[in-house]
Write a protein that binds this ligand. Sequence first.
Ligand code: AMP
Length: 193
Amino acid sequence: MRLLLIGAPGAGKGTQAGRIADHFALAHISSGDLLRHHVATGTPIGQRAQAFMDRGELVPSSIVLDMLRKPVLAAARDGGYVLDGFPRTVEQAQQAYGVARELGVAVQVAVHLAVPREALLARIVARGLTSGRSDDDPEVLEHRLDVYERHTRPLLDYYRERERLLTVNGDRPLAEVTWSVLVQLQRAKKLLR
Ligand code: AMP
């Protein structure tokens, strides 16, 4: 099974991706977590990515695509993946599809976690108190939300037009959101063949 989650910062992508991956025994691949690991360990990828991340900008696609190629291929061959944070733009989706389709590892379903902006702001401000993430600062957050609206939201139409989009109300208790994702996947199971 090959899924991806789309949601604004604070929508619960990481949490839900982890729970869905556990449920189906899939690999949870988070581009943000991988990038933060590269930054923390001072790799060349981390050194190139850090300034973009601190400002709440997108890291250049070539870096992210190079970083993800191996783990995504490995996961696809070993049962599947839940991608969280990638793709972030229509361009990234097109580039990844070009490679993945030939290898038979393209995404089957994109799940949109829909959460209103006020709820996102409240969640991220709360997360910033404990996460230690420099980009959970309120000003950077406003910018990340704008980046989401401008660059990532168009992905919803991209997957909708391809009949691969499921939308779940993410503004509910965590377990209810997971349950809705599982129910919707069950209803859309023809996409998973
Ligand atoms: P996230 O943990 O998904 O909120 O990502 C944190 C930060 O990592 C983002 O604000 C971007 O700077 C960077 N990032 C994560 N995924 C991507 C991606 N697919 N393309 C570009 N930048 C990304």
